[in-house]
Design a protein around this ligand. Structure first.
Ligand code: ZN
Length: 267
Protein backbone atom coordinates (compact mmCIF):
# COMPACT_ATOMS: atom_id res chain seq x y z
CA UNK A 1 0.00 0.00 0.00
CA UNK A 2 1.27 3.43 -0.98
CA UNK A 3 -0.44 5.89 1.35
CA UNK A 4 -0.71 9.57 0.40
CA UNK A 5 -3.24 12.39 0.62
CA UNK A 6 -1.83 15.21 2.70
CA UNK A 7 1.23 17.38 3.19
CA UNK A 8 2.02 20.37 5.36
CA UNK A 9 2.34 22.70 2.38
CA UNK A 10 2.34 22.91 -1.41
CA UNK A 11 6.06 22.02 -1.58
CA UNK A 12 5.45 18.28 -1.17
CA UNK A 13 3.39 17.48 -4.24
CA UNK A 14 2.25 13.94 -3.51
CA UNK A 15 -0.06 14.01 -6.54
CA UNK A 16 3.06 14.30 -8.71
CA UNK A 17 5.40 12.00 -6.78
CA UNK A 18 3.11 9.07 -5.89
CA UNK A 19 2.79 7.85 -9.53
CA UNK A 20 6.61 7.76 -9.80
CA UNK A 21 7.00 5.82 -6.55
CA UNK A 22 4.35 3.33 -7.73
CA UNK A 23 6.06 2.95 -11.12
CA UNK A 24 9.49 2.50 -9.48
CA UNK A 25 8.15 -0.40 -7.41
CA UNK A 26 6.01 -2.09 -10.07
CA UNK A 27 8.78 -1.99 -12.70
CA UNK A 28 10.73 -4.51 -10.62
CA UNK A 29 7.99 -7.11 -11.08
CA UNK A 30 8.19 -7.78 -7.35
CA UNK A 31 5.38 -5.55 -6.10
CA UNK A 32 1.73 -4.92 -6.68
CA UNK A 33 1.00 -1.41 -5.41
CA UNK A 34 -2.39 -0.03 -4.38
CA UNK A 35 -2.46 3.72 -3.82
CA UNK A 36 -4.64 4.65 -0.85
CA UNK A 37 -5.36 8.37 -0.51
CA UNK A 38 -6.31 9.43 3.01
CA UNK A 39 -8.96 12.11 3.49
CA UNK A 40 -7.69 15.46 4.70
CA UNK A 41 -7.28 15.61 8.47
CA UNK A 42 -9.20 18.90 8.35
CA UNK A 43 -12.26 17.27 6.78
CA UNK A 44 -13.24 15.12 9.77
CA UNK A 45 -13.47 12.13 7.42
CA UNK A 46 -10.46 10.37 8.99
CA UNK A 47 -12.85 9.01 11.64
CA UNK A 48 -14.23 6.61 9.02
CA UNK A 49 -10.88 5.92 7.30
CA UNK A 50 -9.82 2.33 7.96
CA UNK A 51 -7.38 1.08 5.32
CA UNK A 52 -6.91 -2.68 5.30
CA UNK A 53 -3.31 -2.59 6.52
CA UNK A 54 -3.22 -6.33 7.19
CA UNK A 55 -3.81 -7.11 3.49
CA UNK A 56 -0.35 -5.72 2.67
CA UNK A 57 3.26 -6.74 3.25
CA UNK A 58 4.32 -3.10 3.58
CA UNK A 59 2.79 0.36 3.90
CA UNK A 60 4.77 3.14 2.16
CA UNK A 61 4.08 6.65 3.47
CA UNK A 62 4.29 9.50 0.96
CA UNK A 63 2.23 11.41 3.46
CA UNK A 64 2.55 14.09 6.10
CA UNK A 65 -0.44 14.74 8.35
CA UNK A 66 -0.50 16.31 11.84
CA UNK A 67 -2.48 13.58 13.59
CA UNK A 68 -4.80 10.60 13.26
CA UNK A 69 -7.77 9.48 15.39
CA UNK A 70 -6.74 7.16 18.24
CA UNK A 71 -8.49 4.12 16.76
CA UNK A 72 -6.63 4.48 13.45
CA UNK A 73 -3.31 4.89 15.24
CA UNK A 74 -4.04 1.71 17.21
CA UNK A 75 -4.80 -0.20 14.01
CA UNK A 76 -1.51 0.84 12.42
CA UNK A 77 0.56 0.19 15.55
CA UNK A 78 -0.92 -3.29 15.77
CA UNK A 79 -0.14 -3.94 12.09
CA UNK A 80 3.55 -3.06 12.50
CA UNK A 81 3.92 -4.71 15.91
CA UNK A 82 2.61 -7.94 14.38
CA UNK A 83 5.24 -7.90 11.65
CA UNK A 84 3.98 -5.47 9.00
CA UNK A 85 6.52 -3.52 6.97
CA UNK A 86 6.64 0.27 7.01
CA UNK A 87 8.49 2.74 4.78
CA UNK A 88 8.82 6.47 5.47
CA UNK A 89 9.67 8.62 2.42
CA UNK A 90 11.09 12.13 2.90
CA UNK A 91 8.51 14.39 4.63
CA UNK A 92 6.62 11.44 6.14
CA UNK A 93 9.12 11.95 8.98
CA UNK A 94 7.53 15.37 9.54
CA UNK A 95 4.14 13.76 10.29
CA UNK A 96 2.52 12.98 13.62
CA UNK A 97 4.80 14.84 16.08
CA UNK A 98 2.68 13.80 19.06
CA UNK A 99 2.27 10.12 18.19
CA UNK A 100 4.75 8.22 20.38
CA UNK A 101 4.71 4.95 18.43
CA UNK A 102 5.13 6.76 15.09
CA UNK A 103 8.21 8.54 16.39
CA UNK A 104 9.57 5.21 17.60
CA UNK A 105 8.97 3.74 14.14
CA UNK A 106 10.71 6.54 12.20
CA UNK A 107 13.42 6.93 14.88
CA UNK A 108 14.02 10.58 14.03
CA UNK A 109 11.86 13.33 12.55
CA UNK A 110 11.57 17.06 12.14
CA UNK A 111 9.38 20.15 11.89
CA UNK A 112 5.75 20.50 13.09
CA UNK A 113 7.09 22.17 16.28
CA UNK A 114 9.31 19.26 17.31
CA UNK A 115 11.97 20.34 19.83
CA UNK A 116 14.28 18.61 22.34
CA UNK A 117 11.16 17.06 23.91
CA UNK A 118 11.02 14.84 20.79
CA UNK A 119 14.46 13.45 21.67
CA UNK A 120 18.12 14.22 21.03
CA UNK A 121 19.74 15.08 17.72
CA UNK A 122 21.30 12.05 15.97
CA UNK A 123 24.28 12.21 13.61
CA UNK A 124 27.61 10.59 12.84
CA UNK A 125 30.83 11.72 14.48
CA UNK A 126 34.17 9.99 13.81
CA UNK A 127 32.33 7.27 11.91
CA UNK A 128 29.90 6.47 14.72
CA UNK A 129 26.26 7.29 15.45
CA UNK A 130 25.97 9.69 18.38
CA UNK A 131 23.08 11.44 20.11
CA UNK A 132 23.26 15.06 21.22
CA UNK A 133 20.99 16.55 23.91
CA UNK A 134 21.54 20.17 22.86
CA UNK A 135 18.08 21.81 23.00
CA UNK A 136 16.50 23.43 19.95
CA UNK A 137 14.20 22.91 17.02
CA UNK A 138 14.13 19.81 14.83
CA UNK A 139 14.43 19.73 11.07
CA UNK A 140 16.38 21.87 8.61
CA UNK A 141 17.81 21.74 5.11
CA UNK A 142 19.67 23.93 2.63
CA UNK A 143 19.18 24.53 -1.07
CA UNK A 144 18.50 21.51 -3.25
CA UNK A 145 22.00 20.77 -4.52
CA UNK A 146 23.45 17.37 -5.44
CA UNK A 147 25.31 15.76 -2.52
CA UNK A 148 27.31 12.63 -1.77
CA UNK A 149 25.71 9.78 0.18
CA UNK A 150 28.12 7.63 2.23
CA UNK A 151 27.38 3.99 3.02
CA UNK A 152 27.73 3.20 6.75
CA UNK A 153 26.52 -0.40 6.81
CA UNK A 154 27.76 -2.10 3.62
CA UNK A 155 26.68 -5.56 4.78
CA UNK A 156 23.01 -4.72 5.25
CA UNK A 157 20.89 -6.34 2.48
CA UNK A 158 19.66 -2.90 1.31
CA UNK A 159 23.24 -1.63 0.90
CA UNK A 160 25.00 -4.76 -0.42
CA UNK A 161 26.81 -4.03 -3.66
CA UNK A 162 26.25 -0.27 -3.57
CA UNK A 163 29.33 1.96 -3.87
CA UNK A 164 30.78 3.33 -0.59
CA UNK A 165 29.99 6.87 -1.81
CA UNK A 166 27.58 8.05 -4.51
CA UNK A 167 26.28 11.37 -5.77
CA UNK A 168 22.58 11.99 -5.20
CA UNK A 169 20.67 14.35 -7.51
CA UNK A 170 19.65 17.77 -6.16
CA UNK A 171 17.48 17.22 -3.07
CA UNK A 172 16.90 18.51 0.42
CA UNK A 173 19.57 17.17 2.78
CA UNK A 174 17.62 16.79 6.00
CA UNK A 175 19.55 17.78 9.14
CA UNK A 176 18.91 18.37 12.87
CA UNK A 177 16.38 15.53 13.02
CA UNK A 178 15.40 14.44 16.53
CA UNK A 179 13.73 11.44 18.07
CA UNK A 180 14.06 8.41 20.31
CA UNK A 181 16.48 6.74 17.85
CA UNK A 182 15.86 3.33 19.44
CA UNK A 183 16.29 0.07 17.51
CA UNK A 184 17.72 2.18 14.69
CA UNK A 185 20.59 1.35 12.32
CA UNK A 186 21.84 4.14 10.08
CA UNK A 187 22.69 2.70 6.66
CA UNK A 188 23.93 5.91 5.02
CA UNK A 189 24.79 9.50 5.88
CA UNK A 190 25.51 12.73 4.01
CA UNK A 191 27.63 15.70 5.02
CA UNK A 192 25.50 18.77 5.70
CA UNK A 193 27.66 21.65 4.43
CA UNK A 194 27.90 24.80 6.54
CA UNK A 195 28.12 26.69 3.25
CA UNK A 196 24.59 25.50 2.36
CA UNK A 197 22.81 26.40 5.64
CA UNK A 198 23.92 23.05 7.05
CA UNK A 199 25.24 21.67 10.34
CA UNK A 200 28.76 20.65 9.32
CA UNK A 201 27.79 17.13 10.45
CA UNK A 202 27.24 13.77 8.80
CA UNK A 203 23.47 13.46 8.91
CA UNK A 204 21.45 10.22 8.78
CA UNK A 205 19.93 9.68 5.32
CA UNK A 206 18.87 6.02 5.16
CA UNK A 207 17.84 4.03 8.22
CA UNK A 208 16.30 0.74 9.23
CA UNK A 209 14.43 0.18 12.48
CA UNK A 210 12.31 -2.41 14.18
CA UNK A 211 9.04 -1.95 16.03
CA UNK A 212 7.76 -5.13 17.62
CA UNK A 213 8.04 -7.74 14.84
CA UNK A 214 7.81 -5.07 12.13
CA UNK A 215 10.63 -3.83 9.88
CA UNK A 216 10.92 -0.16 8.96
CA UNK A 217 12.91 1.53 6.18
CA UNK A 218 13.27 5.32 6.48
CA UNK A 219 14.68 7.41 3.63
CA UNK A 220 14.94 11.17 4.09
CA UNK A 221 15.49 11.53 0.33
CA UNK A 222 12.82 12.31 -2.28
CA UNK A 223 11.63 15.91 -1.90
CA UNK A 224 10.30 16.28 -5.42
CA UNK A 225 10.19 14.75 -8.90
CA UNK A 226 13.85 15.52 -9.86
CA UNK A 227 15.09 14.00 -6.57
CA UNK A 228 12.93 10.91 -7.06
CA UNK A 229 14.23 10.45 -10.61
CA UNK A 230 17.76 9.83 -9.21
CA UNK A 231 18.83 6.21 -9.77
CA UNK A 232 20.32 6.21 -6.26
CA UNK A 233 16.94 7.15 -4.79
CA UNK A 234 15.11 4.58 -6.93
CA UNK A 235 17.43 1.68 -6.10
CA UNK A 236 17.57 2.31 -2.35
CA UNK A 237 13.79 2.88 -2.26
CA UNK A 238 13.00 -0.35 -4.14
CA UNK A 239 15.42 -2.30 -1.98
CA UNK A 240 14.15 -0.70 1.22
CA UNK A 241 10.55 -1.59 0.40
CA UNK A 242 11.48 -5.19 -0.43
CA UNK A 243 13.42 -5.49 2.82
CA UNK A 244 10.57 -3.98 4.89
CA UNK A 245 8.12 -6.38 3.24
CA UNK A 246 10.19 -9.59 3.35
CA UNK A 247 13.43 -9.10 5.31
CA UNK A 248 15.43 -9.85 2.15
CA UNK A 249 16.68 -8.03 -0.94
CA UNK A 250 16.81 -9.90 -4.26
CA UNK A 251 17.44 -6.91 -6.57
CA UNK A 252 20.75 -6.39 -8.34
CA UNK A 253 22.46 -2.99 -8.48
CA UNK A 254 22.02 -1.55 -12.01
CA UNK A 255 25.03 -0.54 -14.10
CA UNK A 256 23.82 3.08 -14.24
CA UNK A 257 24.01 3.55 -10.46
CA UNK A 258 25.58 6.95 -9.64
CA UNK A 259 29.28 7.12 -8.86
CA UNK A 260 31.08 9.23 -6.24
CA UNK A 261 31.21 12.25 -8.52
CA UNK A 262 28.46 11.71 -11.09
CA UNK A 263 24.69 12.01 -10.69
CA UNK A 264 22.62 9.44 -12.59
CA UNK A 265 18.94 9.98 -13.31
CA UNK A 266 16.21 8.19 -15.24
CA UNK A 267 16.40 8.82 -18.96
ZN1 ZN B 1 10.94 18.43 1.24
Amino acid sequence: MLLDGESAGPYHDWRATTPLLKRDLEETGLFHVDVVTAPSSKSGDLASFHPRFADYKAIVFNYDAPDWPAALKDEFEKYVRNGGGMVSVHAADNAFPGWKAWNEMIGIGGWRNRTETAGPLWYFRDGKLVSDDTPGHAGSHGARLPFQVTTRDPDHPIMKGLPPVWMHAGDELYATLRGPGANMTVLATAHSELSNHGTGRDEPILMVLSYGKGRIFHTTLGHDVPAIECIGFIVTFRRGVEWAATGKVTQKVPANFPTADKVSTRE
